[in-house]
Design a protein around this ligand. Sequence first.
Ligand code: IPM
Ligand code: MG
Length: 377
Amino acid sequence: MAHPHPADLHFPNPLSYIPMKIAVLPGDGIGPEITTEAVKVLKALDLNLQVEQAPVGGAAYQETGDPLPESTLNLARRSDAILFGAVGDWKYDQLDRALRPEQAILGLRRQLRLFANLRPAICHDELKNASSLRPELVSGLDLLIVRELTGGIYFGEPRGRRTATDGRFPGAPEAFDTMRYARPEIERIARMAFEAARLRGGKLTNVDKANVLETSQFWRDTVIDVHKSYPDVELEHMYVDNAAMQLVRKPKAFDVIVTGNLFGDILSDEAAMLTGSIGMLPSASLNEKKQGLYEPVHGSAPDIAGQDVANPLATILSAALMLRHSLQQPEAAARIESAVDLVLASGLRTADIFSEGTTRVGTQAMGDAVVAALGAQ
Ligand code: IPM
Ligand code: MG
């Protein structure tokens, strides 16, 4: 009897003789260069992978008139995991919102129900001097932001523009968005965060704005209820403004942070900066079936695209997260991560993390060095 493909069953590949299907969506700016290096690293592992590429973002808009063409979405749907580069370029800023490159990532999140965004912020000891904070504040930093990714004000309806009929300026043109969260939506992200905390330092910080927002109070109440199933995890609550401050005051006090879509967007950029280079940080966006989209936290950096200067390590580390969370290959994931450590310890640096006494290399040479380090293990 023929076995159904695991992707059709929508759970990660349990059978080693069936290839794991990876959709590679390079996107815009430095996206193609950095995903090329990550694929190079994946191919250097002895795994049964089937890699297929498709356009996304501005690149897809230029080819097809749509930043997320049906064919790309279908490829993503049938894959066990997606390796995503980055989207966006100033040249598309004038387009209608529906045609902008950012719609591709928002569409993938929504269509694949990727509700859980894991954004680790780890400060590699060799890079502690690259942080904008004093090295002693960030040395050893290892925190995880669990951001809700398919709800809140990003997707809430209604939204739009209209002429105000009430409020303080009747008759005036106005714009509005809706922040809303349903209880199951909060419960599932809270469970994900409690489980992550349980496997790490055992502490969860819930970040909201419960002193002002109804959605936040509801969010907080729900997190408190979910906590009853995780009594072994310590739970604290923090308003988002205070969290933004504590992140730069005493970042090592955090273990896992759980928060809504908008607050998570903002705080994860802040946390990324603490580590010295946003060029180092991977992320995972997962759905209930652990199908996932993996992408670097940094953007498309069109100003340095095509110059072989971008740092491919965040994308390479995203490939490691993909092996761990969607493809059930924890050993292969760990091999990539230690290869990256080895390369950093050997003193190789791309421009963004370069400092006196280290060796500056380009995008491709960095990818090659990780492949070589894999071979040396
Ligand atoms: C991110 C990005 C996206 C977001 C943009 C590109 C839509 O900033 O992944 O954090 O706001 O979620
Ligand atoms: Mg962001």
